[in-house]
Design a protein around this ligand. Structure first.
Ligand code: GLN
Ligand code: ZN
Length: 758
């Protein structure tokens, strides 16, 4: 039995790619230097997979920023405004990724969205009426040759045309259907070239197939591939799906001329059933996604072997695969010195997953191995109890009643009370929480963690920073202030470290977008609050100003979704455990005089099931209650805010309103403002703060620009229901961008306030 990886992480076990790209941005690394650093990483990944027995090793899964952006460039989908900048190829590439402001012009970045139900973000390609799709790039060919030079024949991976078209933004009159011919031509050419270079398999990723498909979608898919497949020549084409099952098109797809089909057995609830019911064609290879590419728990060999044995009755050719790219897990456990051996035994990061492939391969090829120690040891992991229970917590969760989820009095009543107490101006200005994480802030945390400075020194530095931050916000004229989050490296890790039940890693970074990574904690056992988490810093910040300072918490759903979750209890129970812990912190803040508390839920939408039919009666039925559980105990005068990155919640707008927060801030600047119309049409109850500028880009927005955005919003949302804020936290930006941006934001709000009062 052979093994195949869909994709490998690329940021580097020590985040080498991040540092190289950032150095290039800062002008401290040349273009050649960057390409060299990239090649070194790719080579080490290929070698590792090769040495450890992976048969189908991916190439072109690497990217300097994002794969979909790479595909757009490969196919010539570069909007004119970027071409007009007349930058070098790499400059143009990064201008699309992050915007450009300099000698050659001033252009915003392309939109960025979450990649299906993950925390990875892709750059949204733009297709206009003047876009000419044709193969102009060379990246897949270059990478194939780079690997070949090392003696490794890879399986090039390219995002398929259907998924590309489904995810692209169409800015003109033309639709996907108008481009099918061009896509067919380009992909034929790609296959032809790769075949010519010596590739025997090419993997086309089509994760959009696991989403709700209309008849028209299925038609589009079949039309495109009926155009491509007859010309594939000697190259074998693997249609790779992941993040779910392909229930809407299983029959159509298995009837087409693919040589291999990759299906997800981890998230694809119906994958097994589909094969059982409809069979699997003899002349095709099933790439069975049985090793979880998203979570870090060890594979249960007994279950996997059982599944594969069962599949063998309907599928003649099976390749062992991962459920999705390993992009979503960290590199290796070998750098983790703080986890105990007992804990480590339970986990597999990317490198260890490759070890699992090797062991499973042996197990499946040689039954005798079933009595071997690897198999027995693996079995023990799932038979034993881990010492992780907290009776008090499980009792509290099981005793929850309906009233625990309801905040009283209702929204309208609270609004009046809060207005009288907070006395905020019209269009109150605020930020989302974090302020620039300058190098001194990072070293402070780092030095404390490494024992170089004492707790007192660590805290007093943070307090100095808080004082500076409050002074800066007062000077800028913001109305509702924040403490700046200098004590937090990562908004989830921070809470993980301060709650019982979490494990945290040292180097387990996972790419979130471009050069940004997160280090998700691991939920190891029952979660409980064992100490005051945020109140000290918030209370200190509030003591420095007359203006309200927001208490700042990460919400239960985000903590859960951005952690590696347990697989031994339902997610719902885990969410309620976290919610109860945060509820105690909310009440602590309130009783210490904090009047506004923000509970961030940027990741709430992220794990919304990819199919609508799974939304209610499932996910939404416990995530909204989990959020409500956190704040339902506060007094009417305490104002509860929430924040969500990305405004793609038109389709769950009722549920968002049902979170019953008083104010919600969210990203709106990097996507179109269509959400604003939806808010009005739906008669959205919660007061809103749509982000008026993009913090993911180093551009500084001008006063007029921000005023323009606000006036546009005010056409649809009454001023009494509107807050003014950036679209997310400022931690990734420098002070040189942040200060002028906030000054402009305040100036824009003030100017509109004046205009409104005339
Ligand atoms: N309060 C957090 C911050 O400002 C929110 C971050 C987020 O939404 N991802 O950084
Ligand atoms: Zn955000």
């Amino acid at each position: 039995m052979k093994t195949s990886l869909i994709g490998y992480p690329r940021i580097g076990a020590f985040r080498e790619l991040k540092f190289a790209v950032e150095k290039y941005f800062a002008g401290a690394l040349s273009e050649d230097g960057l390409y060299c650093a990239a090649l070194e990483l790719k080579a080490s990944h290929w070698r590792f997979q090769n040495e450890n027995g992976i048969d189908f090793i991916p190439s072109n899964d690497f990217s300097l920023y994002d794969n979909l952006l790479d595909t757009a460039v490969l196919l010539g989908a570069v909007p004119k405004r970027y071409r007009d900048l007349k930058l070098c190829a790499l400059g143009e590439y990064f201008a699309m990724a992050r915007g450009y402001q300099g000698e050659n012009g001033d252009v915003k970045a392309l939109a960025m969205k979450k990649w299906f139900n993950t925390n990875y973000h892709y750059i949204v390609p733009e297709i206009g009426d003047d876009t000419r799709i044709s193969l102009i790039g060379t990246k897949p060919f270059d990478e194939f040759l780079q690997a070949k030079k090392l003696g490794i024949t890879t399986k090039p991976v390219i995002i398929g045309p259907f998924t590309f078209l489904k995810l692209a933004g169409f800015t003109g009159e033309k639709t996907a259907e108008d481009f099918t011919r061009d896509f067919i031509r380009a992909y034929r050419e790609i296959l032809d070239k790769l075949g010519g270079l010596g590739a025997s398999w090419v993997q086309l990723d089509e994760p959009s197939l696991v989403t709700d498909l209309s008849e028209k979608d299925v038609q589009l898919f079949t039309e495109i591939y009926s155009g491509i497949l007859p010309e594939k020549g000697a190259v074998k084409v693997l249609l790779q799906t992941y993040f779910g099952d392909i229930r809407d098109c299983y029959r159509e797809i298995t009837a087409m001329d693919f040589d291999g089909i990759g299906l997800d057995f981890i998230e694809g609830a119906q994958t097994e059933g589909l094969i059982e019911r409809c069979g699997f064609p003899e002349n095709k290879t099933l790439f069975a996604g049985v090793i979880n590419g998203k979570n870090i728990w060890r594979n249960n060999y007994a279950n996997t072997v059982k599944l594969i044995e069962k599949l063998k009755t309907s599928c003649k050719n099976i390749v062992l695969g991962s459920s999705c790219s390993l992009l979503h897990v960290p590199y290796t456990l070998s750098g983790e010195n703080k986890l105990t051996d007992e804990q480590k035994r339970c986990f597999a990061f990317a490198e260890e997953k490759i070890g699992e492939f090797e062991q499973l391969k042996k197990l499946l090829s040689d039954g005798a191995f079933l009595s071997g120690s690897e198999y027995r040891n693996n079995g023990k992991l799932f038979g034993q109890k881990r010492n992780i229970e907290n009776k008090e917590v499980s009792y509290a969760v099981s005793s929850l009643s309906e009233n625990d989820f309801i905040r009283l009095p209702d929204f309208t009543e609270r609004k009046k009370i809060q207005k009288a107490i907070l006395k905020l101006p019209l269009l109150p200005t605020t930020t989302i929480g974090s302020f620039p994480q300058t190098s001194d802030v990072k070293s402070n945390r780092h030095d404390y963690k490494n024992g170089k400075i004492s707790f007192e020194e660590y805290v007093s530095f943070n307090k100095r920073k808080i004082a500076e931050c409050i002074a800066l916000q007062e000077k800028t004229g913001l109305d509702v202030l924040v403490h700046g989050e200098f004590e937090r490296g990562d908004m989830v890790e921070y809470f993980g470290e301060n709650l019982d039940g979490f494990l945290f890693t040292e180097k387990a970074w996972v790419q979130s977008y471009g050069t940004r990574c997160v280090k998700p904690p691991i939920i190891w056992g029952d979660v409980s609050r064992i100490k005051v988490i945020t109140a000290d810093y918030s209370v200190y910040a509030q003591s420095l100003t007359q203006k309200p300072v927001k208490g700042m918490l990460t919400g239960p759903v985000t903590i859960l979704n951005w952690s590696f979750a347990r697989e031994d209890i339902p997610l719902k129970d885990c969410a309620f455990q976290i919610a109860l812990a945060l509820r105690a912190e909310v009440l602590e803040l309130e009783s210490n005089g904090i009047k506004i508390i923000q509970i961030d839920e940027p990741a709430l939408r992220e794990k919304l099931p990819l199919r609508k039919s799974d939304w209610h009666g499932g996910y939404l039925d416990w995530v909204i209650p989990a959020f409500r559980l956190v704040h339902s105990g506060v007094k009417p005068e305490t104002q509860i805010h929430t924040h969500m990155c990305y405004s793609e919640f038109s389709d769950i707008i009722k549920d968002i309103d049902n979170m019953d927060a008083d104010v919600i801030t969210f990203e709106a600047s990097r996507s179109d403002l269509s959400i604003i119309g939806t808010l009005r049409d739906y008669n959205f109850k919660t007061t809103v703060g749509p982000g008026v500028y993009d913090i993911h880009s180093p551009r500084v927005p001008g006063v007029c620009e921000i005023k323009g955005v606000l006036l546009h919003i005010l056409e649809k949302i009454p001023a009494e229901k509107l807050w003014v804020n950036p679209d997310c936290g400022l931690k990734t930006r420098g002070n040189e961008e942040t200060i002028p941006s906030l000054e402009n934001l305040v100036a824009a709000a003030k100017s509109i306030r004046e205009e409104l009062s005339i």
